[in-house]
Design a protein around this ligand. Structure first.
Ligand SMILES: *Cc1c(COP(=O)(O)O)cnc(C)c1O
Length: 378
């Protein structure tokens, strides 16, 4: 820790969990920080800055236009608002009162996940109501057809490891059904690396986080159809005002989109995969742990280390192991979504090789300590 550390009382944190809001999202990259620093002390014409952002988003995503919001969660609310109001300022100013407007947003039940906020609440925040279709593990096109009606403003499609991964309507079919009825499809792709595919496959708007894999400051990106993006931008005169993004968020988002396009992504992914493989190598001989490398469930180019913890051998279950690591100093956070059925994951994206080595050492020590507790040496 450096001497000019502004918050010396905060416990240091090593993030092996991935890009988590609760851990301050991703480590911002140099380009994001420099762009923010350069604009923070200057006056700027915000509409000109928004125009530059739209161009940068269009270039990176293949969309007609784009806008920057406070975050992806705000992007969902703003996109839903845009679908309800269009560019009608009277309607925009009336939200979240939706009297007289189409105000239903159709969502597959298996897509209504909790990303540390609930998808449906981000929809309701705009004044819309959610119409869920299907069951948690099964939805079909006829159910979508049946749900689209006079009051439908939009349909929302969520791409995330946190949704049901099987039994859902595929994006192309979803878009085709909605398009035939003139209903815009909004895709929440907050954590997805694919900046072009969802729009190319038929989405009207795609929503991303700038502070996840892109490594920007906290912000959200909406990309897509020009008329809808314009309606999104206009929400700053309405509910969007309460979730507005500052100049630093917009400037850094432009910078990270440019950086991402120029980046040698293959080299980055090779480094991250090597980091994961090295961690797996360090852990695989520990009795009671079954260690494997695992591809990302939604096809992002991330390879993680899965550690299945056999509590009968180690004396500690996956949940207790992850809590113990987080209680250390530095706090070590692992990816613990699956700790109930008994495993944890290590994500190689937001930490150095040395930090990953430290994580492995802490896991080995925790298991050794608990084993000596249940089966004393000798
Ligand atoms: C992270 C995430 C969000 C929220 O993104 P923020 O930019 O942090 O608001 C929304 N949806 C999904 C699927 C996410 O993974």
């Amino acid at each position: 820790m450096t001497t000019n550390e502004p918050l010396p009382d905060l416990k240091p944190v090593i993030n092996a969990a991935g890009t988590m809001t609760a851990l301050g999202a991703a480590a911002a990259n140099r380009e994001a920080i420099e762009a923010a620093a350069a604009i923070l002390t200057r006056a700027v014409d915000m509409s000109e800055l928004h125009g530059a952002a739209s161009l940068a988003i269009a270039q990176a995503t293949g969309a007609e236009a784009g806008c920057v919001t406070a975050c992806a969660a705000a992007g969902i609310s703003v996109a839903v608002a845009a679908a309800m109001t269009g560019d009608d300022l009277a309607r925009i100013e009336r939200l979240p009162d939706t009297g007289g407007l189409k105000n239903e947003v159709v969502l597959q039940k298996g897509h209504n996940c909790h990303f540390s906020g609930e998808i449906a609440q981000m929809v309701r925040l705009a004044g819309a109501s959610v119409v869920e279709i299907g069951a948690v593990n099964r939805a079909r096109g006829y159910q979508l057809e049946g749900a689209l009606g006079e009051r439908t403003a939009a349909a929302l499609y969520v791409v995330s490891h946190q949704t049901s991964q099987a039994g859902m309507i595929g994006l192309e079919e979803f878009c085709a059904i909605c398009q035939a009825r003139g209903v815009p499809v909004l895709v929440d792709a907050a954590a997805e690396y694919d900046l072009q595919g969802f729009l190319a496959r038929g989405a009207d708007l795609a929503i991303y986080s700038a502070h996840k894999f892109l490594g920007g400051l906290t912000a959200g990106i909406i990309a897509g159809r020009e008329d809808l993006v314009r309606a999104c931008t206009l929400q700053e005169c309405g509910i969007g005002r309460a979730m507005k993004v500052g100049k630093e968020g917009i400037a850094s988002t432009i910078a990270v989109l440019r950086r991402w396009q120029a980046l040698d992504k293959e080299a980055l992914w090779r480094r991250e995969t090597a980091r994961a493989a090295r961690a797996a190598g360090k852990l695989q001989d520990i009795a009671g742990l079954a260690v494997s490398l695992e591809a990302d469930p939604t096809g992002n180019p991330v390879t993680r280390v899965r550690i299945e913890v056999d509590a009968a051998h180690t004396g500690i279950d996956a949940g207790a192991l992850s809590l113990g690591l987080a209680a250390g100093n530095p706090a070590v956070h692992v990816r613990a979504h699956d700790s109930d059925p008994g495993s944890i994951l290590l994500d190689p994206c937001n930490l150095s090789d040395a930090d990953m080595d430290h994580v492995c050492r802490c896991i080995a020590e925790s298991v050794a300590a608990s084993r000596s507790g249940i089966a004393p040496a000798g």
